[in-house]
Ligand binder design. Sequence first.
Ligand SMILES: Nc1ncnc2c1ncn2[C@@H]1O[C@H](COP(=O)(O)OP(=O)(O)OP(=O)(O)O)[C@@H](O)[C@H]1O
Ligand SMILES: CC(=O)N[C@H]1[C@@H]2OC[C@@H](O2)[C@@H](O)[C@@H]1O[C@H](C)C(=O)O
Length: 383
Amino acid sequence: MSWYIGIMSGTSLDGIDVALCKIDVINGSMETRAFHSPPFPDELLAKLTVLCTKPIQHLENIGQTQQLLTKAYADAVNSLLAKENVDPATISAIGCHGQTIWHSPASTLPFTWQLLDAALLARLCNINVIHNFRAKDMAYGGQGAPLVPPFHQWLCKDFPAHFQYRVLVNIGGIANVSIFDKEKLIAGFDTGPGNTLLDMWYQRHNIQMYDKNGAWASTGNYHRALLTQLLSDPYFVQAAPKSTGREYFNLAWLNQYLDQYYAVTSKTKDTVLAPQDIQRTLSMLTAQSIITSIQTYTQNAPTQLIVCGGGTHNQQLYADLTNVLPPSIAVTLLSSLGHDVDAIEAMAFAWLAACHESGIPSNAPSLTGANKAVVLGSKTNYK
Ligand SMILES: Nc1ncnc2c1ncn2[C@@H]1O[C@H](COP(=O)(O)OP(=O)(O)OP(=O)(O)O)[C@@H](O)[C@H]1O
Ligand SMILES: CC(=O)N[C@H]1[C@@H]2OC[C@@H](O2)[C@@H](O)[C@@H]1O[C@H](C)C(=O)O
């Protein structure tokens, strides 16, 4: 058993997830002792938002954002350790994802870019850092994402299995699924938008960052024709391996489909759909795209759907998801199986660090498209 810290800051830009975990990667046990989720400091949030929404930036600005981000990660780790009264010398390593600012797995020269100064993080925490997890999978021809399915498989092995299929869905900014036929991991990919379009549309019409509990969406009606238009995007029918991000699913993407919708219905933008109706339709888009993706693999066989990620707190989204479920799919929250719905990605990066330290390959080549199982991550020692 060794102690690891996992850090994830995801596509929603809602802050930093840090988990302190005791892991025995060989014998298969994991205990999460503490989980903290501090928001980004205001200046950092403003810089990251600009970087992720207006990606043409001066290099100096990208560099400054990276250093601010790294300091915020270090503050999050150090305050968690102080609160838990844990000596950094007892931590084997930090597994840090970094902040994705661009993910381009399908270009002629594929790349994925996560901001992090690993040497600075290691120095500020006095702990070795494992990072750059996506690069090696990509170097071997993979998408570099999603990385969590092998962790989901490792975690799920102890859950009771009464169903033919089990699916873990993480509804973060982007939603991703891991699909199991009994214990066998058969698929894992990004289904499309989770909360990202909901957050962006909400922020355009409101001052808060997200639609708390889906209250605003619940005042709207969903429009079937618009939903059909949105679901006609080729990403939703593209075969796996596939992964995506805010560089694809964003307001420009939405506007393009709204324009098509208005062209078809010959109505003008200002007069017809209320913003709340669009929000509700986006909620249905997330729900429907997740369920359709799952059904491609499970057809109508009995399936357990385990849900995690920030989207589980959006009551309207959760209701929309359960409403589109066919009778063959039974839904449950990851929390009912003993794990925090918000901590799962940070836990995954603690586990990926443990795999790195034990020399265990942790990508799933059949899922990402890599031609080899490889040990993920690079190590930067603090000394
Ligand atoms: N109380 C709530 N009501 C509605 N939505 C919520 C609530 N709490 C969280 N969310 C949603 O969850 C999002 C954050 O989810 P999460 O932290 O899982 O995403 P992420 O890790 O940043 O993304 P990804 O998994 O794509 O990297 C918020 O941006 C918001 O949309
Ligand atoms: C490039 C990138 O940061 N992708 C994230 C994002 O957030 C959810 C989804 O899109 C997933 O593909 C991935 O994160 C998790 C941790 C993964 O790699 O499994």
